[in-house]
Design a protein around this ligand. Structure first.
Ligand SMILES: Nc1ncnc2c1ncn2[C@@H]1O[C@H](COP(=O)(O)OP(=O)(O)OP(=O)(O)O)[C@@H](O)[C@H]1O
Ligand SMILES: [Mg+2]
Length: 267
């Protein structure tokens, strides 16, 4: 792992909106705070457009919040860094590089060369079930395979913080479940802090130490559900299924919330 594995991720009163102009009545994130404990697997559920990807992008440092603070490992996030790696909603690979080239890209940038580089690349490719495809280019892969390459590329860097944006949604069920288990095992080994955005209550109930259910863009309450189901969890066990039902209920409730325009936003 990198130096400060088990980093805490903190958002303090973050308000964010896109575009020019002042604060709109319903910013994407309104006075939003979050604390992911070091080594915690925090799942984030919420309706489409409520700001989940925005939240991850802020932690990744792709842009700064209009208001409030984003901190990682106690330091203010001032841009992207090797301590935070993102698996995007849609796999973003370099089309001119092979599978092995994509997986090794970050390692090369970190100065890893020769056998150590090749061994790390081969390990991550095998872990994602892509052995035999190392020399292929992205255009020759299925969507699910591309996503597995994107995950392998991130895991090769052993980041302290893993930012997962619906990483499994393009995968078929057996592959999705296998990769969830693989990522959970890697997480247990490395102690990375994970922020995992998903639309799946099943996935959140199976993976999360805690689940946040975000309201629609512009406000309302974030519901927080702590999960004390021991691991490894039984996907179809009573506890996981009970939690799924609770999360489903929380999601429905947040869809019914009407965001209130703030005084500042109305002006
Ligand atoms: N770069 C951008 N420029 C302008 N508006 C944006 C930009 N990115 C996101 N938005 C808007 O911000 C809101 C939140 O978007 P975001 O992508 O964070 O939602 P999300 O919760 O990840 O949704 P989904 O579940 O569909 O992925 C949406 O209304 C979206 O249109
Ligand atoms: Mg999104």
């Amino acid at each position: 792992m990198n130096g400060d594995a088990r980093a805490v991720v903190r958002l303090e009163a973050v308000t964010h909106w896109y575009g020019a102009g002042g604060r709109p009545a319903r910013p994407v994130l309104a006075d939003f705070s979050l604390l992911a404990a070091p080594g915690e697997w925090l799942c984030v559920l919420g309706p489409s457009g409520c700001g989940k990807t925005t939240l991850l992008n802020l932690v990744a440092g792709f842009f700064a919040p209009r208001r409030g603070k984003v901190l990682c490992g106690g330091r203010s996030v001032a841009g992207p860094g090797p301590d935070r790696a993102v698996v995007f909603q849609e796999a973003t690979l370099f089309p001119w590089l092979t599978v092995a080239g994509n997986v090794g890209f970050g390692l090369k940038r970190q100065g890893l060369r020769g056998e150590a580089h090749d061994a790390a690349v081969a390990r991550e490719i095998a872990r994602m079930g892509l052995s035999g495809h190392a020399g292929k280019y992205p255009h020759a892969l299925s969507g699910g395979m591309r996503q597995r390459v994107a995950i392998a590329r991130v895991l090769a860097l052993s980041p302290a913080v893993l930012l997962l944006d619906e990483p499994f949604s393009a995968l078929d069920l057996p592959t999705r479940e296998r990769l969830q288990d693989e990522l959970l095992a890697i997480w247990a080994e490395t102690g990375a802090t994970v922020l995992h955005v998903t639309h799946s209550v099943e996935e959140a109930a199976y993976c999360g130490d805690r689940v946040l259910v975000m309201p629609r863009a512009g406000g309302g309450c974030v519901e927080e559900v702590s999960v004390d189901i021991p691991r490894p969890r039984a996907r179809l066990g009573r506890e996981v299924m009970g939690l799924e039902a609770r999360l489903r209920h929380a999601l429905r409730a947040c869809l019914l919330q009407t965001p209130a325009a703030t005084e500042e936003g109305k002006s």
